[in-house]
Design a protein. Structure first.
Length: 107
């Protein structure tokens, strides 16, 4: 049997909440990740966690030191929300706001 479910996630944060059962992120990790995604969507840098993105994300989140984000970046990578490949960080495809249709098959 095939069932189709539409989920309205009209913000980056809400989209992250939909998938959080898989990633088990804290509220602060969700907030940090949402800001990183928003900043990188605007800047279109190859590395999601570039110095420029970290600086801007830290400013938005009102962190005094952008290096504070390194702890969050590591946790997000360890939980699978960030993927590290060839020296660059990217967001997991499930969390990418550019992907508008995801099909899940449970067998």
């Amino acid at each position: 049997m095939k069932v189709k479910v539409n989920v309205k996630a009209n913000s980056i944060y809400k989209r992250l909440q939909v998938w959080n059962g898989i990633f088990d992120l804290t509220n602060k990790e969700l907030e940090v990740l949402a800001v990183f995604i928003k900043v990188n969507s605007k800047n279109k840098r190859k590395n999601m966690c570039s110095k420029g993105n970290k600086d801007e994300t830290a400013k938005i989140l009102e962190f005094d030191d952008p290096n504070t984000l390194n702890n969050y970046i590591k946790r997000l990578k360890d939980k699978g929300a960030f993927i590290f490949n060839k020296g660059n960080y990217d967001v997991n495809k499930l969390l990418n706001p550019k992907i508008t249709k995801i099909e899940i098959n449970i067998i």
